[in-house]
Write a protein that binds this ligand. Structure first.
Ligand SMILES: Cc1cc2nc3c(=O)[nH]c(=O)nc-3n(C[C@H](O)[C@H](O)[C@H](O)COP(=O)(O)O)c2cc1C
Length: 200
């Protein structure tokens, strides 16, 4: 029988593993590797797949069942609901979120609510725009205006996905040459939601 696979909070050595790295492609081979490892993260895609195709959660489950240390599954968890499903069905002790978190730092709060049996509603436009501003301000405080401008161009667009006028905003964000131009672009964009119920 598989030993208890519970994450205790102690974590000295972790191994992140893609499905097809030659030597370890058979889960049996994980055991020596994991002997002195505290936790294992399994990326459910092959190296050749990169970010394409689908993560293979059957294989993640198989690997989780074959080791005695906590396993964290990763790949294509795009919503908190999906995260709960994967967590319960895979036998993993945890899940790792990649692209699902982009522009959506609320992901973890929402997932936590669901895990505790609480209702969880997706955030509205106003909250998402507010969080984009928080992200920008914190990045500026931490990295300085210049680096924050360059770095945040990659992240900001995700906050506005699906909102009316988002593609125009994306162009403005890409063309911005300074932090204040980024702020102006967001101000102009968000003005359309002022007083709108959709923003709540
Ligand atoms: C912006 C971004 C940064 C990432 N950084 C790392 C990293 O530093 N180390 C790592 O092992 N994987 C990194 N990854 C890969 C993710 O951990 C994950 O394996 C991959 O995104 C697939 O999961 P997903 O389908 O949930 O996106 C990153 C992915 C993204 C999108």
């Amino acid at each position: 029988m598989k030993p208890a696979n519970t994450f205790t909070g102690r974590c000295n050595v972790t191994v992140a593993h893609c499905r097809d790295i030659d030597t370890y492609s058979d889960p049996g081979n994980f055991i020596p590797v994991c002997f002195s490892t505290d936790m294992l993260a399994v990326h459910g895609r092959t190296v050749a797949q990169g970010y394409g195709g689908k993560a293979n959660w059957d294989e993640i489950s198989r690997i989780a069942a074959s080791v005695s240390i906590p396993t964290v599954g990763n790949g294509d968890v795009t919503s908190p609901c999906e995260g709960i499903g994967r967590l319960h069905a895979s036998g993993c002790s945890g899940i790792m979120i990649g692209r699902g978190i982009l522009g959506n730092p609320f992901f973890f709060t929402n997932l936590n609510d669901l895990l505790r049996g609480r209702e969880s509603e997706p955030q509205g436009h106003a909250e998402r725009i507010k969080m984009a501003r928080v992200h920008l301000n914190r990045a500026a405080a931490r990295y300085g205006k210049h680096h924050a401008t360059l770095e945040l161009k990659k992240h900001l667009v995700f906050y506005f996905k699906g909102m009316k006028g988002a593609s125009r905003l994306r162009v403005a964000i890409n063309n911005a040459n300074s932090l204040s131009e980024l702020v102006d672009a967001i101000d102009l964009f968000s003005a359309q939601f002022s007083g709108s119920k959709r923003g709540q």
